[in-house]
Design a protein around this ligand. Structure first.
Ligand SMILES: *Cc1c(COP(=O)(O)O)cnc(C)c1O
Length: 368
């Protein structure tokens, strides 16, 4: 039997009454756009994260885009970010005519290397956008210190890290702005697209709220250029229902990750989580030699895998000619080695044992 890469069906079964009740409530009141669940979710999430403002938006990508627009990013501006991420991180920069400047990653956490950031700062630099990859916050203190010195805002792309902790704080509350995604496979997913922006800056929050609805300050009065970026009431209702089980899910992901790391005794690079933070394991990703062979063999045994990410963004055709930054040898090396294993709160121990057994066998075979 094929093991699901992320088991959303079991999660739904566990939460069915809450989810159906929440959805039915929306169908009954009929306020599909900006209904009461939107504000309710924003309040719950702002409390959870510990910031003043949460703005629910149409997706994680839209959260990043609206944040950059609220910061006034314009053509010719430069934003420092990592090349080892999902394309949306750089896409929103390029969409505004600005230039992603890629800085290489650390070989253990795969997050942006703060030691390389200052060399990439130019007179055109307008922001730093680290990604908290696979669910582990980047080195935010070091990044914030550099940003402060150069008077730059920091946007945490926390699409994969909602629920993670960094020192005493939560991801999305670690810098000027935090952005997350509720894409179904993310740690806190809805049943379609959704995302959120977090900030404690009143002005930025106001701008984000206006940009989310076509840049309007009040109805049909447009003070800035905006987008159609609202999150559906129905999707907010789904996230509200899922919040009931979220802390348990985070704990369960962490247990399963620890169990993977204990059982995988073959010659693999296991995830490195720094001691002052946690990961929510949006992905459990290991590094192996002969990655493509290992992935193929697992797949043949009904074990799906994924590669996050096979090509660093500075080598993607759409970005290769327009981005800045120096060489990124670590990203290139890592992109050829990583493979993500099935992960999620509803992965069972017997299935995990099967995955590990197949992996160990495959790693040994492909090495001999
Ligand atoms: C998923 C993801 C996004 C985009 O989120 P969507 O909700 O799919 O638009 C952005 N950045 C990273 C790092 C992601 O993993």
């Amino acid at each position: 039997m094929t093991i699901p890469f992320i088991d959303l069906k079991s999660q739904y079964q566990a939460l069915k009454p809450q989810i159906q009740e929440r959805i039915n409530r929306v169908l009954d009141h009929g306020q599909y756009i900006m209904g009461p669940e939107v504000g309710e979710l924003e309040e719950r999430l702002a409390d959870y994260v510990g910031v003043k403002h949460c703005i629910a938006v149409a997706s994680g990508t839209e959260a990043l885009l609206i944040s950059l627009m609220a910061l006034g990013i314009r053509p010719g501006d430069e934003i420092i970010t990592t090349p080892f991420t999902f394309v949306a991180t750089a896409e929103v920069i390029a969409l505004l005519g600005a230039k992603p400047v890629f800085v290489d990653i650390q070989p253990d956490t795969y997050n942006i290397d703060p030691a390389l950031i200052e060399a990439a700062i130019s007179p055109r630099t307008r922001a730093i956008m680290p990604v908290s990859l696979y669910g582990q916050p980047a080195d935010m203190d070091e990044i914030n210190a550099i940003a402060l010195k150069h008077n730059l805002p920091v946007i945490e792309d926390a699409a994969q890290s909602f629920g993670a902790k960094y020192k005493k704080r939560k991801s999305c509350n670690l810098s000027t702005i935090g952005c997350t995604s509720f894409f179904p496979s993310k740690p806190l997913g809805c049943y379609g697209d959704g995302g959120a922006i977090f900030t404690s800056d009143d002005t930025l929050a106001k701008f984000c709220r206006e940009i989310r609805v076509h840049g309007q300050e009040k109805r049909y009065h447009h003070t800035r250029i905006g987008v159609g970026g609202r999150m559906d009431t129905l999707q907010c209702a789904v996230v509200l229902a899922k919040l009931d089980r979220f802390d348990w899910e985070v704990e369960r992901r962490s247990q399963l990750a620890a169990r993977y790391s204990e059982l995988i005794t073959a010659n693999c690079q296991l995830p490195t989580i720094k001691s002052d933070r946690t990961s929510v394991y949006a992905q459990y990703t290991i590094g192996v030699d002969n990655r493509d062979v290992v992935a193929k063999q697992l797949n043949e045994q009904g074990i799906p895998t994924a590669v996050h990410y096979p090509v660093p963004l500075n080598h993607q055709p759409a970005y290769a000619s327009t981005c800045g930054g120096g060489a990124t040898p670590v990203s290139e090396l890592v992109a050829g080695r990583v493979v993500s294993l099935p992960m999620g709160p509803d992965l069972s121990e017997p299935d995990q044992d099967r995955i590990v057994a197949a992996l160990l066998q495959s790693v040994q075979l492909s090495a001999s």
